[in-house]
Design a protein around this ligand. Structure first.
Ligand code: MN
Length: 703
């Protein structure tokens, strides 16, 4: 057993160990992560006076609660070692492998994001995006949410202004992400603890409003007993509990509706947990027999689950003494999902398997944060992939919509589908909770009639794009054909480079493809164009065939971008005002990624934490950076071949490097190396680049 340096941490470790034992996690790995964290944080104490490692142990315990794997628990234990204890990622990777190291790296990068002076609420959306992009892995988001929760539990040690800032940031960034992941219990606790420090007066006001209702707890107890007795008499096996809506959600809702907190109808509630779905509806009928329902307040989230997989029946009734009361009815499974998220539930049902976190953390609007989000979301259905991923679709979506929601390529190659294991036609509409399995095969792209069935704009756009592209390809082939014939008449050939350059210049267009399209579209008559090139042509436009092909590089504005983080804005540092083509060095800092000149003194200051550095490149504005990781058998010409192939496929090569070696890792293969290739490429050329790199000698696989 791992002995800790400080006796104060022992209780936390005992608790974590028994939790991990119950969940069947690997205690040997976790024990060595505990020892590693204990050594790394030796002599460090939190403001609360606890040894630092206690924080890591508590965060790990929270992570276990939501259904973590062994690797995730190890990452939680090590989450502050890079940022706060000077450990390197190489050391973590050597001891615990690349997966754990990459999660810790994500934690270090996210740790650097803080909305400094800016208003967290105004920037909430951007901050959430940055947070999720830097985390790069939903598991890292979960670890950071648990980290934040423990920080809030111990926030009394902080001065009020700093605590208030952390509270605002939590309400704007962390709580919505917890909601998105379906972590109901963590979300509620994050919100109330953050509310208490972000707006102490508001927090007290809501507390007072609840107190002023008078005898709330006695009244709830009475209602609970009455309903319990009524259900028992009706033969329904149900556990009834009372609840007071948590303060932040009372506050939010009261502000949104413009009323006093005490006037909310769902402030007080009862929750009934029953054995199965059928019993939910029986219990609902009994609730409505006991108390008069309020019209229009019945919500069936069992038939139409919320986005985050939440399911329940909600009804509002006039309870004892004429006071309104919200009753939520659900099964034990639904309750577990509501409190701990779908992933935890999955882990509980399938011990030992890696939970799959819902990856769609970003499709999140402000309304969705509220408890009543389902009210606005009832026109959505959610279905499950065979692996248990949640796919959100609008009501009325068909199987083809689901295929495109998974991946464009899956949509294009979709030949059939199974709903709950049964083969169905492609126009079949999906319904909530179905398991959707898409069957792909070799097909010649999407059929145009699919446009009659699909309802999502993604599917519609992708199908149209596919056919537009195909029409364009046909037009180009047709145009080339006609150009070839016209050239032949004057003794020239389209496969001669000088002729092509002259042709493009004479047409005043950018490329031979553009010329071919213009010919196919009737905007250019081939014989007229070609006549200008013929040796005995009239003298008018003189075309210099020795001139280089018109380069568009100079016209395209350059922008700075980060490898691996598409969509994250990069600001240029004010201190060194970099301009292309000076090399850049990126840092995660207050609210964003900032690019400095690589030799900037500020950027190279010794207090910069290594986890914050990102590779930033100049790229042309119409391109984005793609990072490909190749497994290859090394040979002397490998990097040169990669560079040549990337260029031939139309990509700008930015960096080729071996991935950091996993020093002592027993899994490191001796014969293959992993090579990271960063290229800037136009979106439509991505696949061509992948295909080109796959052909490089020695390359075994590519991802
Ligand atoms: Mn921490």
């Amino acid at each position: 057993m791992t002995a800790l340096a400080h006796p104060l941490s022992t209780a936390s470790w005992d608790r974590l160990r028994s939790l991990c034992g119950e969940r069947g996690l690997d205690l040997e790995v976790i024990g060595s992560a505990v020892a590693f964290a204990d050594r790394a944080h030796a002599g460090q104490f939190r403001r609360s006076g606890e040894p630092y490692v206690t924080h890591a142990l508590e965060v790990a315990a929270l992570v276990v609660d939501v259904g973590a794997s062994t690797a995730m628990v190890a990452a939680a234990l090590l989450h502050d070692t890079v940022e706060d204890a000077g450990v390197t990622l190489g050391e973590i990777s050597a001891a615990f492998g690349d997966d754990v190291a990459s999660m810790v790296d994500g934690c270090a990068k996210v740790a650097a994001v803080h909305p400094s002076a800016a208003d967290a609420f105004a920037e909430a959306d951007r901050l959430r995006r940055l947070f999720v992009a830097l985390a790069a892995d939903p598991r890292v988001v979960v670890v950071k949410l648990c980290d934040r929760l423990h920080n809030l539990r111990t926030i009394d040690a902080l001065e009020p202004a700093k605590a208030a800032r952390i509270g605002r940031e939590t309400l704007a960034v962390h709580a919505p992400l917890a909601h998105r992941l379906g972590l109901g219990a963590i979300k509620a606790e994050l919100e109330d603890r953050a509310f208490a420090v972000a707006d102490p007066d508001g927090y007290d006001q809501v507390g007072q409003a609840i107190d002023e209702l008078g005898g709330v707890h006695e009244w709830l107890e009475d209602a609970r007993n009455r309903l319990g007795a009524h259900l028992a008499a009706a033969g329904v096996a149900g556990e009834v509990s009372g609840r007071v809506k948590h303060r932040w959600s009372v506050h939010r809702k009261a502000v949104r509706l413009g009323i006093e907190p005490g006037a909310l109808h769902d402030l007080l509630g009862l929750r009934v947990v029953v054995p199965d779905v059928a019993a939910c509806y029986v219990a609902l009928a009994e609730v409505h027999r006991l108390w008069t329902p309020v019209d229009g307040r019945l919500k069936d989230y069992i038939d139409r689950p919320k986005l985050n997989a939440y399911q329940s029946l909600h009804t509002t009734v006039t309870g004892p003494a004429g006071r309104l009361l919200e009753v939520q009815i659900r099964t034990a499974d639904m309750h577990a999902i509501a409190e701990h998220g779908a992933a935890a539930h999955h882990a509980y049902k399938h011990p030992g398997s890696e939970p799959r976190w819902v990856g769609r953390l970003l499709d999140l609007d402000a309304d969705d944060v509220d408890d009543s989000a389902g009210d606005h979301r009832s026109d959505e259905v959610f279905v499950l992939s065979p692996k248990g991923d949640v796919i959100t679709l609008p009501f009325g979506a068909c199987v083809v919509d689901a295929a495109y929601a998974i991946h464009t390529d899956v949509g294009h190659r979709c030949v059939g589908a199974k709903l709950d294991g049964r083969l169905v036609p492609l126009h079949t509409r999906v319904t909530a909770g179905q398991r959707v399995e898409i069957v792909t095969g070799t097909r010649n792209g999407p059929a145009p009639e699919w446009l009659n069935w699909v309802v999502t704009s993604k599917a519609r756009t992708r199908i149209r794009q596919f056919h537009a592209r195909r029409a364009k390809e046909r037009a180009r082939a047709d145009g080339r054909e006609r150009l070839t014939r016209a050239l032949r008449d004057v003794g020239l050939r389209l496969d001669d480079q000088a002729t092509v350059v002259a042709l493009v210049a004479a047409a005043g267009l950018g490329s031979i493809e553009d010329v071919a399209e213009a010919v196919a579209g009737g905007r250019i008559v081939p014989s007229t164009l070609v006549r200008r090139l013929a040796p005995d042509a009239e003298p008018e436009p003189v075309v210099d065939v020795d001139a280089p092909a018109p380069s568009r590089r100079g016209d395209d504005p350059s922008v700075a971008a980060v490898a691996g983080l598409p969509g994250v804005d990069v600001r240029l540092a004010g201190c060194c005002t970099p301009e292309p083509p000076v090399p850049l060095r990126g840092f995660v800092s207050a609210g964003g990624v900032v690019a400095h000149r690589a030799d900037c003194a500020t950027a190279n200051a010794p207090d910069r934490a290594p986890g914050r550095v990102l590779a930033v490149h100049w790229i042309r504005a119409d391109r984005s950076i793609v990072r490909l990781t190749l497994s290859a058998v090394p040979h002397p010409g490998l990097f040169a071949a990669i560079a040549a192939q990337a260029a031939s496929a139309g990509a700008d090569l930015l960096a080729v490097q071996r991935r950091p070696a996993r020093a002592d890792s027993p899994t490191a293969g001796a014969s293959e190396v992993e090579v990271e290739v960063d290229v800037a490429v136009r979106p439509e050329r991505r696949r061509a680049v992948r295909a080109a790199l796959a052909l490089v000698e020695g390359v075994r696989s590519l991802r």
